[in-house]
Design a protein around this ligand. Structure first.
Ligand SMILES: NC(=O)c1ccc[n+]([C@@H]2O[C@H](COP(=O)([O-])OP(=O)(O)OC[C@H]3O[C@@H](n4cnc5c(N)ncnc54)[C@H](O)[C@@H]3O)[C@@H](O)[C@H]2O)c1
Ligand SMILES: [Zn+2]
Length: 483
């Protein structure tokens, strides 16, 4: 893929720290360490740094007066946030009482709030050494005013590590979010709403109403893969009337988000964009991770750019209007995600299924935004799928059907059970030319020394660039082809 690698100036989400806030005992430290592990980022515990740099324990520092402690704490937070390598910051419960800290957080961090009840917090901290948790009445008295501060400072309210990962990636998942679109798109600049005729007909008016006075224009791309053509891009570029403070909002399936995202990445050398995915494929896959692009006659996704959205707004209730065949397309990616995550995510109800799958992909993409390493895992089953689709000249076999077959092949080569894939996706062998499929497979993954490199499962989970003898790959590819 010929890609424009965008400087992070245009992808501020990728350089922001994640800061966890909440009352004493809300569970910040536990969650922060889990998120640091998930994102492969440094865990920064402000209280510990304060103790280390002052040479005194927190209770000792408080004995000298809360004000001097806060001054010290603010200095530490300023230093931590100035580090260009984003970390996961466990902030002390009272850090947000400083207006300076609030300002710094708004510039350099995605701030997430663990909103825990005062009863639970007290249960956890009573009897500990924490200076502000020595007296229950005082503790409870502090809770209300602090809660108001957290509410003001927070970019998102979180319950678990998935929520934090999504917030870090700029992804907002909420049933009914479409109706709050105007407030969820950052900034106050004008918006170009880009959609396709099907989605515009069903959800376009709700989106327009929600955007209110910010709506500058509406543009319709063709439905389906025709959106990802140079001709459609030409029309979009020429129609856009945003200045650089404007935002492209892409409402639709993966074709709309891929094309509109690429339009945003290139128009005026890059304007912000926000996908609002409406298909299952787009909610769990296409709209996450900042890959945008269009097709060429020579192949799919050959021109594109990495352009991380300023916000991704996912409203799982929009899936209610999705045709069943399109839902099945998305289930192939859901099963792929569940297999990679090692959990039957496909069994969850829609809102949770979407949240968990989106968080899984978001974490991988945050760790490897430019596809240099582990993001390749997301190609599980896809080398086979692409070969089958190419052999069928992209007609008669859908991407989802091809992925379902590709998952079978990857599992068989890994010595794993294929029962779940068969049960949920019912893959049927496709009628395509075997030699054509094999030729496409070798073009996609150049065989080196008689071996191909695939995503497979090893003993400790999925691995990328696993070398497999060409003969074994060909045998499994043949098994996916009928006749
Ligand atoms: N950028 C990425 O990382 C990435 C990842 C996966 C897939 N993709 C791309 O995504 C594209 C496929 O996406 P797709 O399957 O969503 O296709 P799509 O955008 O064509 O949508 C499928 C169909 O469903 C309709 N639709 C969408 N939402 C609807 C809703 N809520 N109600 C009724 N109808 C609705 C659309 O109008 C369309 O006809 C491919 O081009 C693929 O390359 C990109
Ligand atoms: Zn796919």
């Amino acid at each position: 893929m010929a890609c424009v690698r965008r400087p992070d100036r245009l992808d501020p989400t990728l350089t922001k720290h994640v800061a966890l806030i909440g009352f004493m005992g809300a569970g910040k430290t536990t969650l922060a360490s889990e998120v640091a592990r998930r994102l492969n980022r440094q865990l920064i515990e402000v209280d510990r740094i304060v103790e280390r740099t002052s040479g005194r324990s927190i209770p000792e520092l408080f004995e000298a007066g809360e004000a001097s402690f806060r001054t010290h704490e603010e200095r530490v937070i300023r230093g931590v946030l100035a580090n260009p390598r984003p970390g996961v910051i466990d902030l002390g419960g009272g850090a947000v009482t400083s207006p300076n800290v609030l300002h710094l957080l708004s510039e350099h961090a995605v701030t997430v709030w663990i909103d825990e009840t005062v009863d639970t917090c007290w249960e956890r901290v009573q009897g500990t050494e924490r200076p502000l948790a020595q007296d229950e009445t005082a503790f409870r008295g502090l809770y209300g005013p602090r809660r108001a501060l957290y509410q003001h400072a927070a970019d998102a309210v979180v319950r678990d590590a998935d929520d934090v990962v999504l917030a870090a990636a700029g992804v907002h998942v909420e049933g009914g979010a479409l109706r709050r679109l105007g407030e969820l798109i950052p900034g106050d600049g004008r918006v170009a709403l880009v959609s396709d005729p099907n989605v515009a007909g069903i959800h376009g008016m709700d989106a327009q109403l929600a955007l209110g006075a910010r709506l500058a224009q509406v543009h319709e791309l063709p439905a389906g893969e025709d959106a990802k053509t140079l001709a459609a891009m030409d029309r979009l570029w020429q129609d856009l009337r945003l200045d650089r403070s404007g935002t492209v909002v892409a409402l639709g399936g993966g074709c709309t988000t891929d094309a509109a995202g690429f339009g945003a990445a290139t128009y005026l050398r890059g304007v912000p964009w926000a996908p609002v995915p409406t298909s299952l494929v787009a909610q769990v896959d296409a709209a996450i991770g900042g890959k945008t692009g269009i097709d060429l006659p020579q192949g799919k996704n050959l021109v594109g750019a990495f352009h991380w959205p300023v916000r991704t707004v996912i409203d799982p209730t929009l899936l209610d209007t999705l045709p069943p065949a399109q839902r099945l397309e998305g289930m192939a990616e859901v099963v792929k995600t569940g297999l990679l995550a090692g959990e039957p995510l496909w069994e969850l109800p829609d809102d949770e299924l979407v949240r968990r799958c989106a968080a899984f992909k978001a974490a991988i993409c945050l760790r490897d935004p430019h596809d240099d390493a582990e993001r390749k895992l997301l190609n599980l089953g896809h080398t086979f799928a692409h070969a089958l689709e190419a052999a069928a000249s992209y007609e008669g076999v859908t991407h989802g059907q091809a992925v379902a077959l590709g998952l079978l092949a990857a599992l068989r080569l890994s010595g794993r059970d294929i029962g779940q894939v068969e049960e949920i996706l019912h893959p049927k062998p496709v009628r395509v030319d075997r030699d054509k499929a094999w030729a496409a497979m070798q073009r996609d993954k150049k065989a080196v020394g008689g071996e191909l490199r695939l995503v497979l499962f090893g003993e400790s989970g999925p691995e990328w660039d696993v070398r497999v003898p060409a003969a074994d790959v060909r045998r499994e590819l043949d098994a996916l082809i009928a006749g």
